[in-house]
Design a protein around this ligand. Structure first.
Ligand code: R2B
Ligand code: URA
Length: 306
């Protein structure tokens, strides 16, 4: 069974679940929010940008950065809205919601189910959602930022397979092309780092699943690894990470305009271990944040940052 995207033009987020209407309350357990305990339209109804990324600290830093970029009470401590759950962290800065999703498809999936219901219950409109993250580059310089035009699985197919009641449901991983181009144009204005558009391969594992030779298990040769990664490169893959297919599928089906922007921490054609210093890695991780801040400022008509 194949499901396709759900963008309808109304601007609302679509939840595609008839059971939700008959529930007296919807508890968003992992976000520590609920439709009875919280006034979700009042708390979140004006959110226009949702930015998600793996690490809770990085997403707090991003929210603080956005607070400064939008001129909103710089320096004030931002509360973690989901602190009570101890699973994900959520911060808001004006119309921007910044949320962590952990590592891998199961973790981002749980967060996205609840986030999409949150945006629905809050009656948010015209929301743009962006995943910012880290990745392994393929044939590109470390520190380059890749804007994904197509999320593919480890067989280079633009699809996400979800097992539902024991059956495999295939979902499209299409992302918003205009948004990717808009982000690339933004990067041309601000970036002092290489930025490109390319396919992103999403895997279920960091080690064997990404063809690494340095995990606790490895049953293939260096030649086989390079043959696989070269094949990926030849199909247009420029970076590898662990969430993009599920992110693209869920956001697409629920009518959210979505993009994936990841910095490459290394070139996987050259090695497996991440050897850059903490300082260098920290600066790399700021690159997607700076690009998204510039994009949001532009969308809000604020002009370039000073
Ligand atoms: C990128 O980095 C993490 C693994 O180190 C994973 O969440 C991903 O997609
Ligand atoms: N994240 C990944 O998933 N892979 C890498 O190589 C680096 C970061």
């Amino acid at each position: 069974m194949t499901e396709t995207t759900g963008y309808s033009g109304s601007g609302f987020v679509h939840v595609k679940n008839p059971h939700l209407d008959s529930m007296e309350e919807d508890i968003l357990y992992h976000l520590d929010l609920g439709t009875k305990t919280h006034n979700l339209p009042a708390m979140f109804g004006d959110i226009k940008f949702v930015v998600v990324g793996g690490s809770p600290n990085r997403m707090r830093a991003f929210a603080q950065f956005m607070q400064r970029e939008l001129g909103l009470g710089a320096g004030e401590e931002l509360p973690d809205i989901s602190a009570g759950s101890d699973r994900y962290a959520m911060y808001r800065a004006g119309p921007v919601l910044s949320i962590s999703h952990g590592m891998g498809i199961p973790s981002i999936s749980i967060m996205l189910h609840e986030l999409i219901k949150l945006l629905h219950h809050a009656k948010c409109r015209d929301v743009t959602i962006i995943r910012i993250g880290t990745s392994g580059g393929l044939g590109i310089e470390a520190g380059s930022v890749v804007i994904t035009d197509r999320a593919v699985d480890s067989s280079f197919r633009p699809r996400f397979e979800q097992v539902v009641l024991g059956d495999v449901v295939v979902r499209s991983t299409e992302l918003d092309k205009e948004l990717a181009e808009e982000l690339l144009a933004c990067s041309r204005e601000i970036a002092d780092f290489p930025t490109l558009i390319g396919h992103t391969m999403c895997t279920y594992d960091f080690y064997e699943g990404q063809g690494r030779l340095d995990g606790a298990l490895c049953s293939f040769s260096r030649e086989k690894k390079l043959e696989y990664l070269s094949r990926a490169y030849d199909t247009g893959v420029r970076n590898i990470e662990m969430e993009s297919t599920a992110f693209a599928a869920l956001c697409g089906l629920c009518g959210l305009k979505a993009a994936v922007v990841c910095v490459a921490l290394l070139d996987r054609l050259e090695g497996d271990q991440i050897q850059a210093s903490h300082e260098v890695l920290w600066e790399y991780q700021q690159r997607p944040q700076r690009l998204i801040a510039a994009f949001i400022r532009k969308r809000l008509g604020l002009g370039p940052a000073h």
